[in-house]
Design a protein around this ligand. Sequence first.
Ligand SMILES: C[S@@+](CC[C@H](N)C(=O)[O-])C[C@H]1O[C@@H](n2cnc3c(N)ncnc32)[C@H](O)[C@@H]1O
Length: 282
Amino acid sequence: MSLSISEALSESKQLAGYSDSSRLDAELFLAAALNCSREYIYTWPNDEVSRRQLNTYHSYLERRRGGEPVAYILGRQAFWDFNLTVNESVLIPRPETEQLVEWAIDLLSCCSSDCVHIADLGTGSGAIALALASTNHFWQLSAVDVSEGALKVARMNAEELNLTNIDYIHASWCDGFTQDKFDLIVANPPYVAKGDPHLREGDLPFEPELALISDESGKADIRQIAQSSREFLKDDSWLLLEHGYDQKQEVEIILKRLGYKDIECRQDYAGIDRMTIGKWFV
Ligand SMILES: C[S@@+](CC[C@H](N)C(=O)[O-])C[C@H]1O[C@@H](n2cnc3c(N)ncnc32)[C@H](O)[C@@H]1O
């Protein structure tokens, strides 16, 4: 049996009840199976889909019905200007993290660019480090992760994007630094409490626990990062953290107690308190 593109797309109704974006998911799956753009499938709805392409498409639909995130099925996720490789070793980069990157760029805009050193703690797919490294090729990035699997993906993405101003460090938070001093330490750490019901929703059940869950009701890693970063921040430099929607006050208390100044929280585009900075004076 062969089907046209438009007939194949009508099978998107198989995803109703499994996905809030069933038509879009089906378009992305079919475009991937055909190795073409979504524009192509709009333009040529009567083109025939081969048996092999249909099998691939059906296998994607099947996996999606099992709840698997589109990004893991396709192995790609858009972030910043890129289309990053992702797999089950890394968190799927979120749009709100692009706002963290924008804030980081604002903070660094007053530094003279030739000696800027930035750390991205818990780099995952490399999303934050890659966005910053591509913004200014003179900035030097240190991207840290405790997961070998994540670092493999991050390195692969850097290679694909031809970005060479990033060093990868396999370590827990700041443990891999020696004499390094940074103008900015940025982190999107795990911050969800164990047992939080959100962990059963959406893409989260498929993402690595290491990327999501933190002790002390989600605060342990934020506290550890804030504590250990002090030794590696230059005078008058910044720690920038992404955190949970209800953690603004707790993060502020942690930073204040550890001696950070000029603490400020910003909301994401959804109006959620999402990221906080603290300034470090030696
Ligand atoms: C929320 S994910 C963020 C990934 C990426 N930065 C992003 O924004 O998409 C947190 C990352 O922290 C890493 N991680 C967890 N515990 C860590 C630790 N003790 N030291 C370093 N990295 C850690 C995880 O492997 C994961 O890649």
